[in-house]
Design a protein around this ligand. Sequence first.
Ligand SMILES: C[S@@+](CC[C@H](N)C(=O)[O-])C[C@H]1O[C@@H](n2cnc3c(N)ncnc32)[C@H](O)[C@@H]1O
Length: 354
Amino acid sequence: MTGYISAKETAEKWNISQRRVAILCCEGRVDGAVTVGNMWIIPSNAKKPADKRALRGEVRASTALKPFLKWAGGKGQLVDELENTIFAEERHFTKYCEPMVGGGALFFNILSKHNFEQIYIGDVNRELINSYNVIKTEVDGLIARLQKMKTAFLAMDGEERKKYYYSVRDKYNETELTNSTSVEKAAYFIFLNKTCFNGLYRVNRKGLFNVPMGAYKNPAVFDEESLLCINKALQNVVIVCGDYSLSRDFIDRNTLVYFDPPYRPISATSAFNSYNADAFDDDEQIRLYEFINDISGVGAKIILSNSDPKNVDPDDTFFDSLYSSYNIRRVSASRMINSKADGRGSINELIISN
Ligand SMILES: C[S@@+](CC[C@H](N)C(=O)[O-])C[C@H]1O[C@@H](n2cnc3c(N)ncnc32)[C@H](O)[C@@H]1O
C-alpha cells in the first residue's frame, strides 16, 4: 500500500522548493496529492512532474532577487497566489508589464525565475522610479553613498540617530530631483524608507516627505549583493515614470500585465491609498477598468489585485459589479502596513483576471 509524505519531504526528494511542490499540487500535476487541513500530502511513490517552465527554457539561474524597499500595499504575501494564477495559463507570454510597480514584490519574483524577452515597469512616483533608474545605471555610486550613511547611522545611539534621520529627511526635502542629484536622492530615499516608521511613503500637501523615524534597532538599510543583482537584472528592463496608461504601446497579445493599484480604502480611517498627493478614488478605479478592458481586447493576459471592500461592508459590490465579466478570486492576506494597530489582521484580497 502507498504511504504519504509531506510537501517538505517531497521537496527534499525532488530537489525543488516546498512552494514549488505546492504549486505543482495546485495545478493538479502530482498524481494522488491531497490536502489535509491546509497542507498537501503526496504519495511516497509519486513521480516528479516535468517542469513546463524548464521545457520552455524560461527558468533562470536561481538568483533570488528581492525588493530593495518596503512598500505600502507590497504584495509579498500574495506572490504565491499570483504566481499560481500565472502558471495556470497554458499560454506562453514573451512580455511582462507592471505599470504600478511600487516595491515590486511580484516583479522581482518574476525576474528571478523567468526569462521574458521584454519587460516594462512603471510608477507615477518620481522618487521611486528614480531609485530603480539609479540602481540600473549608477549602482556603484549609490552603494558608496548608502554605505557611508549606514555606517554612520548604525554607530550612533538613540538621540544621535534621531538627529541624523531628521537631517537626512530635511536634505531629501530640500533637494530637488534633477539629473545631477539623482544618485543623492536615491540614497536618501532608500535610507529613509528603511529607517522611517513602517517603511511608509507619505508626503504632505506641499509634497514634503513627513514620516517620523522608525524604532528599528538594527535596520538593514541596504544589501550590496542584492543591489548588484538587481542592477544586472534591470539592464533589459524599460523603466517609465508616469501614469499606467503610458504602457499602452508596449502591451500586445503576448504580454502578461499585472496591476496593483492603490487600495480603495477598506475603512473610513484607512489612509493607505495616499502614495502621493493624488488619491486613487472610485473614478480612478473606473478609469483603470476601462484601460484594462482595452488591453484585454487586444489579447493581453491581465491580473489585477485589490483590497476587497466586502471586508468592511458585505454589501459593497464595487469590484464585483465593475469586473463582472472577469474571473474574481478572494484570497486571505494580512495587512502589513497600516497606521493603526487595530487596522491590522487577516482580510481578503481580490485577484481579478481575464
Ligand atoms: C499598492 S502599490 C503597488 C505595490 C507593489 N505591488 C509592491 O509589491 O510593492 C500601488 C502603486 O501604484 C502607484 N500609482 C498610483 N497611481 C498611479 C498611476 N496613475 N499610474 C501608475 N502608478 C500609479 C503608486 O505610486 C504605488 O506605488
